[in-house]
Design a protein around this ligand. Structure first.
Ligand SMILES: [Zn+2]
Ligand SMILES: [Zn+2]
Length: 252
């Protein structure tokens, strides 16, 4: 299986329950020969999430640390009304906006219909590029309906490779990969690292892809240029340093 060299889902100490800095994350990413990592700390509504100013301040992060490209991002929280805690003024500074269900911001996950409706509301809002960990048995959804909406609105869905959480969601994750691949919906893989050592840790994701019979080449983050053109297509400014760097490397 082709190695994924982009980790789109990493947390830093800006989320108070995570343990590493952006430089530590980038250092491990460089050791693992990753090309890009996205810094995607939790939105401000989650207890211990990063504050609004943090997201705007990401503009001071160098585009490359130890040769690893850094995308400025957020993992926003979906609330009970299908809204996210990422304002337009925050978005102006971000290269990638992801969002997912997290307690206690999303307070009642019991009902599949409601979860599905709120997730689709976020997908249709035009504000979010990637839905994080949609395959989570604690937040049951109608996968087919979510995949259909993701296709319609050109939003990517994440195969979350964290071994610490959602391990009971493996069957659902396999189903997600199969359903998304059949529908031609963008899938990305993320480590959801909360400590630098887990950056680029995709073993569980590879196992799930294998079980679903889908190669990793299918994933949007298997190629930098493909990922960057997706983000541009989603309305983000292109990162000029990345375009020249990754095109020169022949990753087109
Ligand atoms: Zn999350
Ligand atoms: Zn996360």
């Amino acid at each position: 299986m082709k190695k994924i060299s982009i980790d789109l889902h990493t947390h830093t100490v800006a989320s108070s329950h995570a343990f590493s800095t952006i430089t530590e994350n980038a250092h491990i990413a460089a050791q693992k020969d990753l090309q890009i990592i996205a810094c995607t700390d939790h939105g401000p509504e989650l207890p211990g999430g990063a504050n609004k100013i943090f997201f705007k301040s990401q503009r001071c992060i160098p585009r490359f640390i130890e040769g690893v490209g850094i995308l400025r991002g957020i993992e926003a929280n979906i609330d009970d009304n299908g809204k996210i805690d990422c304002t337009p003024s925050m978005m102006d500074y971000l290269d990638i906006v992801m969002a997912g269900f997290h307690a206690p911001v999303y307070s009642d996950a019991r009902f599949e219909n409601h979860n599905t409706e709120m997730m689709i509301r976020v997908i249709a809002s035009g504000k979010v590029d990637v839905i994080t960990h949609p395959a989570n048995v604690n937040y049951p959804i109608n996968l087919k309906a979510v995949v259909k909406a993701a296709r319609k609105h050109n939003v990517a869905l994440e195969l979350n490779a964290s071994p610490y959480t959602r391990t009971n969601s493996r069957t659902m994750a396999v189903e997600l990969v199969k359903t998304a691949a059949n529908a031609g919906v963008h899938l990305v893989m993320g480590s959801d690292a909360h400590i630098c050592f887990d950056v680029g840790r995709f073993d569980l994701g590879y196992e799930i892809l294998d079980e679903a019979g889908t190669g990793s080449e299918y994933l949007l983050n298997s190629d930098p240029v493909r990922l960057l053109s997706f983000l541009k297509g989603r309305g983000h400014d292109s990162v000029d340093d990345f375009i020249s760097h990754f095109s020169e490397k022949g990753s087109v």
